[in-house]
Design a protein around this ligand. Sequence first.
Ligand SMILES: O=C(O)CCC(=O)C(=O)O
Ligand SMILES: [Fe+2]
Length: 337
Amino acid sequence: MTPNYALKELNKEAGFGGMGSEIHRDIPRIDMSDFFNRKAEITEELWKAATEIGFFQLTGHGIPLELIDDAFALSAEFFALPQDTKAQYPLRKGTNAGWEFKAQVRPSTGTPDNKESYQITLPRMGEGALWPKGEEVAGFKATMLAFERHNWMVGMKVLSCFADKLGFHSDFFTDGHDPESPHYQSTLRLINYLGMEDATPEDFKFWRAGAHTDYDCLTLLHQREGHGGLQLCPGKDAESGDLAWTDVPPLGGVITCNIGDMLMRWSDDKLMSNLHRVRMPKEGEYMGPRQSMAFFCQANKDTMLEGPEGKYDPMTAGDYMQMRLNANFAGKPAQKA
Ligand SMILES: O=C(O)CCC(=O)C(=O)O
Ligand SMILES: [Fe+2]
């Protein structure tokens, strides 16, 4: 049984459902190229961005554009399958593996996100049963396995910079996210927000994704060129109660990153997790389906979250994740349309 830690993050999340206002902010852009030679310089840039705004965008990250484009194309092919086919790969509560349709209810809104997702958490794919078959989407598994590992590698580079600043050894977080362990729980999430071409005015009252902070250490988000809607609000501003939201321009090939609550806790609150959400398209904007892909660096279940200064009681990453998942997917297992 999961012990009761009464996470302050759960209460926080329930208070962010309103519209707020919108303002422009510059989002720091960080070039990761020639990483091992330029690590000290990159580390300073990442630390500044992560502690001041909590969101940043990576260029020169080394994930081939062709692989990102292929992953987007195969994700679209998967979501275009008949609902009955996708329902053969159901997400089971608390697993972050498989397909769900409008099953995620954010504590901030109390309504389901207007989306479907397919999630890949490698040790939880039901010994292969949760992967679509080759005759349904050719090349899906090989491409997604490669894409998952590329994202993991970029995530571990960023986390190793934070490890240096926090006084851990450089590979501290890499050890804690070891993909060879059966306790690995990092997740690749393919997302398809439903098209709004035929929607009624009533449908626009919902959120594509309600305001939330992520519960991982670090999120790497791939936006599809032209598919806007992601908005963010820096953690510090949110704590002061001033919810002013900033649109993140959807640029292909650039990875938008944010710190999650697990790393905020693990860093004794030095690194701030950030509020974000996906709004509905406004009049005159693209109304079609919106695709994105997110990789969540979530420390292995048996990794102990223990900050350098011991601000919080130690807790395993497994217990931490379970509490957050239970608060988001309260309902039944995967739902059919
Ligand atoms: O789709 C997006 O742009 C954001 C998705 C997101 O924030 C999430 O899945 O946690
Ligand atoms: Fe998120």
